[in-house]
Design a protein around this ligand. Structure first.
Ligand SMILES: Cc1cc2nc3c(=O)[nH]c(=O)nc-3n(C[C@H](O)[C@H](O)[C@H](O)COP(=O)(O)OP(=O)(O)OC[C@H]3O[C@@H](n4cnc5c(N)ncnc54)[C@H](O)[C@@H]3O)c2cc1C
Length: 463
């Protein structure tokens, strides 16, 4: 299918606003990320009108809601409308608990937000066996109502929203930050940059272009089973394309196609091209005349931890969500990561404001396992592997996880794996696929490979 035809389908099914969002994201992909306008920093005697200004009102609204609960005043500036979801999300029961604990939803509301529950999930690589896992990514969450609820809670708690306010620049002094948007300026004590992949500071080295959406009419799936990672071909056009299939409301399957890439290698328009491939190759994944009911897409940034991570230019500007890219560089589960981090992040910002100091730059807690898995994601994005090499490696890796046990398998996908378990997983996988050492060397280069190997070995020994 041509790119123009694919874009026409997205517009037809998703409407003009969604089509505009796709071109906004595609114009700012990878190397062409926008740079903020240069502004003068606030004067030393400038008086902030609000504690926190949040740029971007997507999933990070959870942080705004929690800040408001802690008594912090917040203004949200959103280029479109805040609290509108363009995704479908999966997580586990355990990860969803903070939504109730933070008073964003009641138990009963959470029950209603979970539109599907799976008994099981699996990963399968190009004709290989399904590698089953339980207890992870097994709840499909209705993203639209969740974000609408987060906005309503924010409003009840006094958060002010400016929709249609695209942030164009920010400048901080020691005590305040000036944030410019299309309709004016706001002076705050702290700015939270929650603009996701479009933030000028979202400099993570990896990215996962992802397209697809909610589909009906497809056959060959089970409503009680989540398809976490599935490949139907080898490396094509230099990348390994991966499918996901998550059952949602009765009869609906959310299908995504994505690939791992180095952020600097993704040219503008990558999502539009991926949509063309999605429609063309969907029959290799599922049978039936599938109709796209609701398109969902995006660039999910990932940080390999082999290079410096995204950082803001000032302690008064804090990165959260995809802009910070502290989530797993392997699974790119930013939703799960936000569920775990929005309360600690808000508590850290609120206590800094209370103490009249700048927040710590790293308000999103780092999971130790990412220091190990980032290199694997970087390897997959490196283009160092050809043909079926990556499928063979992935199948060996997931066969190993199956052998080690369900708990460890789920731990890896939910960012909980320990260094010791990771070391044993690596050794067992490389015994099955010794060529992995050559691929790592080729994909990461000798220096990064040595640094990473040393880091894993030291952490595994408890150093
Ligand atoms: C298709 C897809 C499926 C996903 N599925 C899952 C999943 O199943 N499980 C999981 O854990 N994670 C999933 N993720 C990842 C997850 O959705 C993200 O990690 C999460 O949405 C990041 O939240 P955020 O607030 O940082 O950014 P976003 O939710 O992307 O929000 C950013 C907001 O900033 C706004 N904005 C951008 N620029 C400006 C500007 N200049 N001024 C003002 N506003 C601006 C945007 O309009 C947007 O509303 C998925 C991602 C995609 C793309």
């Amino acid at each position: 299918m041509s790119v123009d035809r694919a874009l026409a389908v997205v517009r037809e099914r998703g409407g003009d606003e969604l089509a505009e969002r796709l071109s906004f994201l595609d114009a700012r992909a990878g190397a062409s990320r926008r740079v903020d306008d240069v502004l003068a920093a606030p004067d030393a005697d400038a008086r902030p009108e609000v504690d926190v200004v949040m740029a971007g009102g997507g999933l990070s609204l959870l942080v705004a809601a929690e800040l408001a609960r802690l008594g912090v005043s917040v203004v949200v500036l959103e280029r479109a409308r805040a609290g509108v979801a363009h995704r479908e999300w999966n997580a586990s029961d355990r990860e969803l608990r903070p939504l109730v604990e933070a008073g964003i939803v009641s138990e009963a509301e959470l029950e209603r937000l979970v539109v599907a529950r799976y008994d099981d999930g699996f990963c399968a690589f190009h004709g290989g066996p399904a590698r089953h896992v339980r207890g992870v990514l097994d709840r499909a969450v209705d993203a639209g109502p969740l974000l609408a609820r987060a906005r309503a809670v924010c409003e009840e708690r006094g958060v002010r929203f400016l929709d249609g306010a695209e942030v164009t620049g920010a400048a901080a002094s020691e005590h305040a930050v000036r944030v410019a948007h299309r309709g004016g300026e706001v002076l705050a004590r702290v700015m939270i940059d929650a603009r996701g992949a479009s933030s000028p500071w979202a400099s993570a080295d990896l990215v996962c272009p992802t397209v697809g959406g909610v589909m009906r009419g497809l056959r060959g799936w089970d409503p009680r089973v989540g398809e976490i990672l599935v490949t139907t071909e080898g490396i094509e056009d230099g990348v390994q394309h991966v499918w996901e299939g998550f059952p949602g409301r009765p009869g609906a399957l959310t299908v995504y196609l994505f690939y791992y890439a180095r952020a600097s290698a993704v040219p503008p328009g990558a999502l539009a091209r991926l949509y063309a491939r999605f429609f063309e190759t969907l029959p290799t994944y599922k049978e039936g005349e599938g109709a796209l009911e609701r398109p969902t897409f995006g660039y999910i940034p990932g940080w390999s931890r082999l290079v410096p991570g995204p950082a803001s230019p000032s302690p008064r500007i804090v990165l959260v969500g995809d802009a910070a890219a502290r989530h797993s560089p392997l699974t790119f589960c930013g939703f799960g990561s936000m569920l775990r981090s929005f309360r600690p992040a808000a508590a850290s910002i609120a206590s800094a404001i209370d103490a009249k100091r700048a927040p710590s730059r790293d308000v999103v807690p780092e999971e130790p396992v990412h220091a190990f898995t980032g290199a694997l994601a970087r390897l997959m994005a490196s283009g160092a592997m050809r043909g079926e090499a990556l499928n063979a490696l992935l199948d060996a890796a997931f066969a190993t996880l199956e052998e080690i046990g369900q708990e460890t398998y789920a731990d890896l996908l939910a960012d909980r794996m320990s260094a010791q378990d990771f070391m044993s997983f690596l050794l067992r996988t490389s015994a099955k696929q010794p060529s992995v050492y050559a691929h790592v060397l080729h994909g990461l280069g000798p220096l990064a490979s040595a640094r990473w190997g040393l880091r894993v070995a030291m952490r595994a020994r408890g150093a």
